[in-house]
Write a protein that binds this ligand. Sequence first.
Ligand code: SF4
Ligand code: SF4
Length: 375
Amino acid sequence: MEDLKKLMPKKLGFGCMRLPVVNGNTEEIDDAAFCRMIDAYIERGFLYFDTAYPYHNQKSEEAVRRCLVERYRRDQFFLADKMPVWLAKETADYQKLFDTQLARCGVEYFDFYLLHAMNRTRAAETEATGGFDFVQRMKTEGRIRHIGFSFHDSADALEEILKNHPEMEFVQLQINYYDWESENVQSRKCYEVAEKYGIPVIVMEPVKGGTLANMTGEPARILKELDGNVSYASYAIRYAASLPNVMLVLSGMSNEAQLMDNTSYMKDFVPLSGQEEAAISKVVEELSKMPTIACTKCRYCVAGCPKKIAIPEVFEDYNMTVQFGINETNRGSYARHTADAGKADDCIRCGKCEAQCPQHLQIRELLVKVSETFA
Ligand code: SF4
Ligand code: SF4
């Protein structure tokens, strides 16, 4: 199999899921700003763009066509797109979705194409409806150069997919230094499975949705002491890029400042030094000592809540504020988790959730804290 790592002159990919927008409207992409970002990115020698059907309420692919495809020769960039497998209810749907994506992007082929957001259940469904066969056929027909999948599940589930699908050439995983040893995300375990199967990794969420770009307290002091002139995000991106089986690290860049920062240290990428690695371990240790809510996300509490409060999710949002301070990222996350569900202050203190919680958390009292934090 071709060594995909050799195709990447630089290890930073441009994620097109948080593009600059006009008036805060996610569907109205700021083309002028996006064009300037693309120009600076390409001028600095980078070439990988990653979009997907649902990004920006289905407007990202068209923005990529306007700002990238119609302004650059096709051999000046790599374009990655993803099959929204959850929309393919029967085999014929794959072709319809794929043709829509080619048209939206204005291209004849994709350099990289992924089955989007796979997990154990979705892999079985995609198998049953012919999704794996479809992407292989598109590759044979020259519509896709390289096939892979993005993944959110346990390392065991990843191993099952890779065992059943040796045709997969790469996998996209959520890897960042905070989640490296996490039992939920299993970054390290998933990375090791990919390595075992000789499958290169594209990293998504290296900065944990922007979280690791914000530091307060002791973690901030540790990183500042290393070098006061570089961003916190730079350590997170370089951490992921330093892993030898990583072929690319995606960053969802939202403005020109982020792009200039990311490209400055990824242009001539230098892996983390021993001293930097030790500092990051210390940061993780400090973060784990902070007084967060010990929710294991088992979700036993959720079903019986009359106010439909997404208890584990809002606890996670609160934990992020404890570790990283209150900021736009965790405020946005809390807003999403309470958009179609109850807010922390909707709790009527019925206590049904606490009766279910194996961790014996005082959920009612904790929700008061959450509510005060995001008030
Ligand atoms: S105490 Fe609050 S959070 Fe718990 S079940 Fe009742 S309404 Fe929901
Ligand atoms: S039952 Fe307890 S530990 Fe489980 S998700 Fe709910 S609050 Fe978290």
